[in-house]
Write a protein that binds this ligand. Sequence first.
Ligand code: GLA
Length: 378
Amino acid sequence: MEMENRIKDEFSKRFGAEGALYASAGRINLIGEHTDYNGGFVFPGAIDKCIMAEIKPNGTDKVKVFSIDVDDYAEFGLEEADAPEQQWARYIFGVCREIVKRGGKVGGFDAVFSGNVPLGAGLSSSAALESVFAYALNDIFNDNSIDKFELARIGQSTEHNYCGVKCGIMDQFASVFGKKDHLMRLDCRSMEFEYFPFKPEGYRLVLVDSVVKHELVGSPYNRRRESCERVAAKLGIETLRDATMENLERIKSEISEEDYMRARFVIGEKQRVLDVCDALVKGDYETVGARMYETHNGLSKDYEVSCEELDFLNDVAKECGVTGSRIMGGGFGGCTINLVKNDLYDKFVKTASDKFAQKYGHAPKIYDVVISEGAHKC
Ligand code: GLA
């Protein structure tokens, strides 16, 4: 409510009118990391942290937008040459352009937005920002004629073409399709998905945010993707979705050690997602947790997207007897996702906070995961 009121106050102060309110969520991912751009499976859900925007057409060909959290204003036109300077505004500009490129309509509008998705925590604040604008502009200017998958793709293309990140589809998909109390298993090759009710009896999901964001010099995310693409090309397949460990072993001597390690992680991760789905159906959370630790290990050793602080948090979780724990999202900082038995919860949160603070001089942030709705009109 507080966020909504702040947005409304700011909007009426700046634009002297009232617009329509929309929101779209950040996401968690239970398992299936760096598999989306490899045609594999992911298992995300939207969370109760969102970006909310008030928007109103202004009858001009200009977008006028204020970010409460950055405390910054941007104004831009809708032609390709009108890209704004500010990075945060490029997400919105990109969404407008991607709608136009697909033959959709976007006119000028006024907007104010704010959010409570922590930045740089691996919870996809940028996908939430893209999705809330894609969803709203579809409603306002296009009679909702753009389907939801295309809205997710609009966000993804925005990252590719306006923000320099060759991301997969998971974050935007989760932000648009999220459903309360449900995770979604998405097959990123066929784009078929299934909602899984997620209310683990006796367990809680908690995020421990290291509040560390490592500088992404030289686009390490994009380089991971390139490694996977090189191995797939070598195997003569479209994506690593179709690769097996045996295939990989066969070409081991023809690829770099680094590419080999990246592919080994992705091929293993594909199976882990399927194992977790089976285990969830049976209520076997021990297996879910075991796979989460394996994923962390692979992300840390083979994919090399973890960092000292997150490996430390993972070790603490293990020492405390937490059922499952792993780094979540793209990596290079951010948070761990932990599957914790109810009666261990308090002890784990306290131990992780104390030990981390002692070692790194600042406390981590703790977020309880509440699986919530994706993009919607408020
Ligand atoms: C980022 C990307 C996603 C996905 C994850 C890793 O969040 O935006 O597409 O690749 O990293 O699973």
